[in-house]
Each structure stands twice: as structure tokens, then as C-alpha cells.
Design a protein around this ligand. Structure first.
Ligand SMILES: Nc1ncnc2c1ncn2[C@@H]1O[C@H](COP(=O)(O)OP(=O)(O)OP(=O)(O)O)[C@@H](O)[C@H]1O
Ligand SMILES: [Mg+2]
Length: 391
């Protein structure tokens, strides 16, 4: 069918034509926003799940809810080995801009901008690598606030002031942190500590995180009270009825339907993983002769969809690994699809467990593998074991 009208959207952070199966999270977050703006105690949200399940898309949708309520919002994408100080300053700067033009007291706005500037200027030279952003030039740095060099303390001071500014307008500030598992332990502890302190003051600030499945474990390791700070939401593959919505609703807006066994086949092929839902939906649409889309159309499209995934979704990730890391992953794939004991991998490769630590750590850093439990690892990418076995 006409590829120009194809509604499906496979891609990183690409907003799907129908955000299926996330109503509960959206409803919960709406309540959270109202409660926080009213100064009531509330836990923030942390989304975790495998690659391509829709964490970024959901995070963006939650941000959209905050924007609709006229909150100040900003977003950070954490990176391994990089301090969050400048990215956080950038995100908070965006949030301040969103609220400041409605604020009646320009002196208060200037002071908060000055605190933000002193927070950003405290960056160590080493942390500045590749960071082009510099704090707003028109603000005068406020000495002695948010510039101690202790990230937790500085976050508390800076975020308290920014939240108060939004509070003057009856709204709050929400900071969205994607790839949160990439924040170093020390900085994660500082961020949790700051959230903890600020929530005790009842200030209208929310930090919403998203990351790989081991993010809750990483948070708990950084601060023992992290569990009481966040509501952990696991973002997962779509159940059958929701995957069906994700295919049927967008097609429906184009006047196109699916035969039931076509949906059946699509679900069997994708397991309801959102990225695969979009990828197979897109290729199937292009391959289909017309409406209704049939099981034969799906069968025709499947090899192409698989080939596209092999290059783009799986291949691009596999290529980032070193030869030693590839051997490690191949071994994992041969041992099964769930979590695999690291001792078993060592045995399978005929190596001593310690000698494999660099490969394992490298894969974790590259976000290809995670360790949810001590002594075991699993792929962050759904169907990755299957892909490796088919090579
Ligand atoms: N609820 C949903 N319904 C239908 N499609 C979805 C849904 N959520 C996400 N998608 C689609 O899945 C794909 C992946 O989404 P997204 O980039 O948000 O995943 P992610 O979990 O952030 O992945 P990664 O860990 O690689 O960053 C996108 O093409 C998006 O359109
Ligand atoms: Mg993402």
C-alpha cells in the first residue's frame, strides 16, 4: 500500500501513532503532578525496561502532561563517564525559561538564574569535555549558593530555588532523566539525596527517571531509601490486546483494517515488543496489496522486517562490541534467553571468571547487557540471543 500514508513509526524515541497500553502510567502521573503542585507528599516515578519497549516515548508523554499543566520541564540524557552537572543545568535552564516569562517579579527570576549560573560554573574542568553549553550570560552568578562543589548540596540549593519560583505560580518543576542507569554511583546518590531533601520541604519538584531493567537496583545501591523515593514502573512488551490496538488504530485512521489471523501472526512474530510492533507494522503495510491486510501480507513482509532489524536494531549494537565482548555475548546466547550465570559463561568459554570481567563490564557500559542480580547477566535487547544464534 501507499508508503506515504504508512502510519507506523519504528525509531528511537519516535512517538508512536497510538501509545498503546500506557494509560495507567499516564493517569498515575496526572495525579502525581496535581498532588505535588498542591504541596502534598508524593513519590516520583522511575521507568525501567529493556531496549525498545518505549521508555523514552513514555517519558516524553509524561513530560507532555507536565507541560500541559504549565509546569517548567527539562530533560537530561545521561551518558556514561560524564558528569550530570552541566546537562542538569541545561535542563533546569529550559524549565526556568518556561515559567519565568509568566512570573511577576523579575528580581526573583534574575536571582534564580544567577543561582543556576553559579551551579553550572562550578563544573570541574574535566567534566566540561565536549560540553558546549555555557550558562546564560545575562544572569549574574550568585556567590555562595549552589556552588560548593558538593553535587548533592548544590542540587538541593539550586532545585529548591527553582521549585520555589514555579511554586509562586502554583505549578512545579519536573526534570526528566533518560538513560538514568548511566549516571555514576556517586552522582546518583547525590541526585537521590537532593530529591529526598527537597521532598521533605514539600517543594514542587519531581525527578522522573527512565533506564534499563537494573536501574532500580542501581538506585537502591546508591541510597538505601531510594525505594521510598520512587515508584518503580516496569515498562514491558504489550499484551496481545494492546499490541492489536497499536496496529489497528493507526491503520483505521487511514481506512485500513487487518484480518484477525494477520494480527495473530504479527503478534507471534513480535511478541508485542513495541519497537518490533512498529517495525513489522511498517513493512507489512508497504507489502500489503490492499485492505484488509491479510496473513499472507504479513508472511510476505516478515523476511524484510527481520532483515531490517538485523541491520538496524541488532546489527548496529553488535558492531559496537569488541571481539572479546562478541565472544562473551555468543556464549550467553548459546546458554539461553533469560539471565545467565557468569560462572556458566566462564565454564562455557573455558576461561577463568575474573579474566572475563573486562568483557562483561564493557558490555554493561555499552548498555548491551545488564546485571539485575549478582553473578548473572542478561541481554538488554529483546530477542538478541535469537539474533546471535541465527548468525
Ligand atoms: N506504547 C506503545 N505503543 C506502540 N508503540 C510504541 C509504544 N511505546 C513505544 N513504541 C514504539 O517503540 C519504539 C521504541 O520506543 P522508545 O525509543 O521509547 O524505546 P526505549 O525503551 O526508550 O528504547 P531504548 O532503551 O533503546 O532507549 C518506537 O518506535 C516507538 O514508536
Ligand atoms: Mg530510550
Amino acid at each position: 500500500m501507499d508508503p506515504i500514508r504508512n502510519p507506523y513509526a519504528p525509531g528511537a524515541g519516535q512517538r508512536p501513532p497510538e501509545l498503546a497500553g500506557r494509560d495507567r502510567e499516564l493517569a498515575q502521573f496526572a495525579v502525581t503532578l496535581e498532588r505535588v503542585a498542591a504541596g502534598r507528599p508524593e513519590r516520583s516515578m522511575v521507568l525501567s525496561g529493556l531496549r525498545g519497549v518505549g521508555k523514552t516515548v513514555l517519558l516524553n508523554a509524561l513530560r507532555g502532561q507536565a507541560v500541559t499543566r504549565a509546569w517548567g520541564t527539562g530533560k537530561v540524557e545521561a551518558r556514561p563517564d560524564r558528569s550530570i552537572r552541566i546537562p542538569v543545568a541545561q535542563a533546569v535552564h529550559a524549565a526556568v525559561r518556561e515559567v519565568s516569562h509568566r512570573h511577576r517579579d523579575p528580581d526573583r527570576v534574575d536571582r534564580v538564574s544567577g543561582v543556576l549560573k553559579s551551579f553550572a560554573l562550578r563544573t570541574q574542568q574535566a567534566d566540561r569535555k565536549g560540553m558546549r553549553w555555557s550558562p546564560p550570560v545575562d544572569a549574574v552568578a550568585v556567590r555562595g549558593r549552589a556552588d560548593s562543589g558538593d553535587l548533592e548540596l548544590d542540587l538541593v540549593e539550586m532545585l529548591t530555588d527553582v521549585a520555589a519560583l514555579a511554586g509562586d505560580l502554583g505549578v512545579g518543576v519536573a526534570l526528566f532523566v533518560d538513560e538514568m542507569q548511566d549516571i555514576t554511583v556517586d552522582e546518583l546518590a547525590a541526585l537521590c539525596g537532593a530529591c529526598h531533601e527537597i521532598s521533605q520541604q514539600g517543594a514542587p519538584l519531581l525527578v522522573v527517571g527512565a533506564g534499563l531493567p537494573h536501574l532500580p537496583v542501581a538506585l537502591a545501591a546508591s541510597k538505601s531509601y531510594a525505594e521510598r523515593l520512587f515508584r518503580y514502573v516496569s515498562v514491558d512488551r504489550l499484551p496481545r490486546d494492546m499490541a492489536e490496538r497499536a496496529w489497528r488504530v493507526p491503520a483505521g485512521t487511514e481506512g485500513v483494517t487487518f484480518e484477525d489471523d494477520a494480527i495473530e501472526e504479527l503478534y507471534a512474530l513480535t511478541d508485542g515488543y513495541p519497537y518490533f510492533v512498529q517495525a513489522y507494522g511498517k513493512v507489512t503495510w508497504d507489502a500489503a496489496v490492499g485492505s484488509p491486510i491479510s496473513k499472507a501480507d504479513v508472511a510476505e513482509a516478515a523476511p524484510e522486517a527481520e532483515a531490517e532489524l538485523a541491520v538496524g536494531f541488532f546489527g548496529a549494537r553488535f558492531d559496537r562490541a569488541t571481539p572479546a565482548e562478541r565472544d562473551y555475548m555468543s556464549s550467553m546466547a548459546e546458554l539461553g534467553d533469560g539471565a545467565v550465570a557468569t560462572a556458566e559463561i566462564a565454564q562455557h568459554l573455558g576461561r577463568r571468571p575474573q579474566s572475563l570481567s573486562p568483557a562483561r563490564d564493557g558490555l554493561i557500559k555499552k548498555g548491551l547487557v545488564f546485571s539485575g542480580e549478582r553473578g548473572s547477566v542478561a541481554f538488554t535487547v529483546p530477542h538478541f540471543g535469537r539474533f546471535l544464534r541465527s548468525r
